[in-house]
Write a protein that binds this ligand. Structure first.
Ligand code: TRP
Length: 327
């Protein structure tokens, strides 16, 4: 059977940056373009975002931006269903069944919940902060996903999806595919412009849609040591190099490393090269992004949600039959 690869993105940020690109967008698109006979499911995790924040305008704006960025970075609508679970009633329906089959203890040991209660008071967090993995399991099991690419922080949630699928299959007969988490670790830490890990909260990031002037300004601010042009330099200790290498082919990388270890490379030159390489990658993304209208996104989400709905409905009807809901 054709393999199914499924993942969801929360519209938490309107401005995705290089870390999101190298860590999530690029690997997804590469998978999509390499696996010849696989089906891809990429959905907007808006219902999940709503467990934390209820800001209508921000939710709408960020959702739009993120789906556009996925398309701009190469999600191919012929290979990938790009859909909106809020248009598919079956996510909430399956979620109900899973909720009834899951004990409190299982949810209480989830890291995400433990973190939330350590940080906030009970009246500050929604019930669905507690139940979050249930909805996520429904998202995955509805479509018989084989592989689920996620960040390390989501591993436990996918493992719960596996456990509950297994439990259901054991009790009611084979119904769900057991999904496998694909934990993305291949990308080393992405260094921000201040030398720390690139992160929104450190404000040391370069946005995927960043204006070129601002991109250049941020590159100029990357701290370097005081070595002169004549001195050989260690590329691995240089923040400029560490960012540049993300954009390079193997040969280009080797060439740059050679320049660092020989004499004659100035940091100005290294920074100019970084800017050039970054622009080469980001300019087409920006250009694609600007060509996609909001209407196109809404239309795609409606159409693809209808297709996903057919698959999801079938699965829930099967579940309902098996548990005895349909007479
Ligand atoms: N919880 C995921 C995150 O925060 C998003 C998500 C929701 C998801 N449902 C999913 C990812 C199902 C993979 C599969 O990043």
């Amino acid at each position: 059977m054709t393999k199914r690869i499924l993942t969801g993105i929360k519209p938490t940020w309107s401005e995705l940056h290089l870390w999101n690109y190298f860590w999530a967008l690029k690997p997804f698109v590469e998978m999509q373009n390499t696996y010849k006979d696989a089906e891809f499911f990429l959905f907007l995790a808006n219902m999940h975002w709503f467990t934390q924040t209820q800001e209508t305008e921000i939710l709408k704006k960020n959702s739009m931006t993120i789906v556009k960025l996925y398309l701009a970075c190469g999600a191919d609508l012929n290979k990938t269903l790009v859909y909106n679970p809020a248009e598919i009633p079956w996510h909430a329906q399956l979620n109900w069944v899973l909720t009834c089959l899951t004990n409190m203890w299982t949810m209480e040991r989830m890291h995400s919940y433990k973190e939330a209660i350590a940080k906030w008071k009970a009246w500050e967090i929604s019930v669905w902060t507690f139940c979050y993995p249930l909805l996520m399991a429904a998202d995955i099991l509805l479509y018989d996903a084989d592989q689920v690419p996620v960040g390390k922080d989501q591993k436990q949630h996918v493992e719960y999806a596996r456990d509950i699928a297994q439990k259901f299959n054991n009790t009611y007969w084979e119904t769900f595919k057991i999904p496998e988490p694909i934990i993305k670790t291949e990308v080393a830490t992405i260094i921000g412009t201040d030398g720390r890990k690139m992160s929104k909260s450190y404000n040391n990031y370069i946005g995927l849609l960043e204006e070129e002037n601002s991109m250049l300004k941020k590159i100029k601010q990357i701290p370097t040591d005081a070595k002169t042009i004549e001195e050989p330099k260690n590329p691995d200790e240089c923040n400029v190099y560490n960012l540049t290498k993300l954009f390079l082919t193997q040969e280009e990388d080797q060439e740059l490393r050679n320049k660092y270890t020989a004499w004659g490379l100035s940091y100005k030159e290294a920074k100019d090269y970084l800017f050039e390489k970054m622009r080469e990658t980001l300019a087409p993304i920006k250009e694609n992004f600007n060509k996609i209208s909001d209407e196109e996104i809404s239309k795609t989400l409606h159409e693809h949600s209808q297709k996903a709905n057919i698959i999801a409905e079938k699965k829930v009807k099967d579940v309902y039959e098996k548990i005895g809901f349909i007479l």
